[in-house]
Design a protein around this ligand. Structure first.
Ligand SMILES: *Cc1c(COP(=O)(O)O)cnc(C)c1O
Length: 414
């Protein structure tokens, strides 16, 4: 098979049903942005809405805006918009805190629902913060909980058993882009009497997700990646309606209280998903995420997935044809059905190669020890961007232009 040429890809851009969404983003001239899986770009509407929130709601409205501008309901308003993207039932998602903190809450809730069981199963290749949160929680509980890590997804059935309380997996792996079959895995987890916790950091806004259809128990995810909510945007938490009456989480701040403004000295948990809130919502950040989510109302997720698969296929084909023999190895699933919206290639000089790409305006990222990671975001990435990015990659590798001292210097964030 020969990889497509640039004019064929330009023709594809011309008939792309999602092409019109690119206009909604502020993308700098000369940049091919392949890192929307790590930090989404700025939607134009966010600049306007945050400016309005600052000058009118905060500046003029002052404290009245908690009621008049709907600030106090933002966690549920924003959560409701996210819920529609991930197949959640109404009133089962809140936007709040960070993904790490929300994991702590849902993990705690899962362990309370399975008090006799002591094991949490996850993957060694999961995003480290997910694993760190389990470690902190089990130390705090001091009840002999164990974190059991599998090396690859095929080991999951063998890791289940009568003492497993919960299985906590990231739906799309942050390194390889491997995507679990959420419904099948959840079924197996339930078959063993355990609860399924899904991290949707690389799924929400990237691939179709059906939490309700899969009968997921809990989920968390990120606001600043494919949802474009801005650096450090609030994250979200999902609790299946069937668990909401019984579920408890230990960060019992006043926003999870039945009547926060009664100022009672005793804690009494509120009903429903709001129990998973803790303190005052960060209104400016919440407003940015809220505005960014409005773009999704018009997005057809099936079309999004179709384009995402086409972009990643095209990238893999082009890299394997044009960069053959230049030291790259595909580190993502070849089967599109098992791949999220990103592609990783391993290269022994991955770090300087990525720095050389970034210097040319092709922005992806690097994950130690050797992965070049490229995110493909169908709302603003064009097929010609894929072609041009591979052209730069090929040139950098052929000329070894990555091997300059400035490209070897490591920054704090890679
Ligand atoms: C990005 C990401 C996080 C980030 O967590 P924060 O608390 O927002 O820093 C957590 N888990 C996964 C799987 C991620 O991809």
């Amino acid at each position: 098979m020969t990889a497509p040429d640039r004019s064929a890809l330009a023709a594809r851009d011309a008939t792309d049903p999602l092409a019109r969404f690119r206009e909604f983003f502020e993308l700098p001239e000369g940049v091919i942005y392949l890192d929307g899986n790590s930090l989404g770009p700025l939607p134009r509407i966010v600049r306007e809405r945050v400016a309005k929130c600052v000058s009118e709601e905060w500046g003029d409205g002052l404290i009245r805006s908690w009621n008049d501008a709907g600030w106090v309901e933002l966690p549920e308003t924003v959560g409701g918009k996210i819920g529609k993207l991930i197949g959640a039932e109404p009133e089962s998602v809140v936007a709040t805190d960070s993904t790490s903190v929300n994991l702590f809450k849902v993990l705690s809730a899962a362990l309370v629902l399975r008090p006799e069981r002591k094991i949490v199963v996850s993957e060694k290749s999961n995003f480290p913060t997910d694993l760190y949160m389990v470690e902190g929680l089990k130390e705090l509980l001091g009840k002999g909980h164990e974190l059991r890590l599998i090396e690859n997804p095929s080991e999951l059935p063998g890791a289940l058993g009568p003492n497993v309380a919960a299985v906590m997996l990231t739906h799309v792996n942050y390194r390889s882009g491997y995507m679990h079959d959420m419904a099948a895995v959840t079924r197996a987890v339930h078959g063993a009497g355990a609860l399924a916790i899904w991290d949707l950091a690389h799924s929400a806004g990237a691939v179709p997700v059906d939490l309700s259809g899969a009968k997921a128990d809990f989920a968390v995810g990120c606001g600043y990646k494919y949802l474009n909510g801005g650096p450090g945007a609030p994250a979200f938490a999902y609790v299946a309606p069937r668990h909401q009456d019984e579920a408890r989480q230990p960060l019992t701040g006043w926003f999870s209280h039945k009547a926060p403004f009664a100022f009672d000295h005793r804690f009494e948990a509120t009903d429903g998903i709001k129990r998973f809130l803790c303190g005052t919502p960060p209104v400016l950040a919440m407003t940015a995420l809220d505005a960014a989510l409005d773009l999704w109302a018009e997005v057809d997720m099936a079309a999004l997935r179709e384009k995402s698969v086409a972009l990643t296929e095209c990238f893999i084909e082009l890299v394997e044809e044009r960069c053959a023999g230049l030291g790259l190895t595909l580190a993502s699933p070849r089967d599109a059905a098992r791949r999220g919206s990103q592609v990783s290639f391993a290269h022994e000089n991955g770090y300087p190669v990525m720095q050389a790409l970034i210097a040319r305006g092709v922005i992806g990222d690097f994950r130690a020890p050797d992965l070049l990671r490229f995110g493909f975001t169908p709302l603003y990435t064009r097929f010609t961007d894929v072609f041009d990015a591979v052209g730069h990659l090929e040139e950098i590798l052929r000329t070894r232009s990555w091997d300059r001292p400035e490209f070897h210097a490591r920054a704090a964030v890679t």
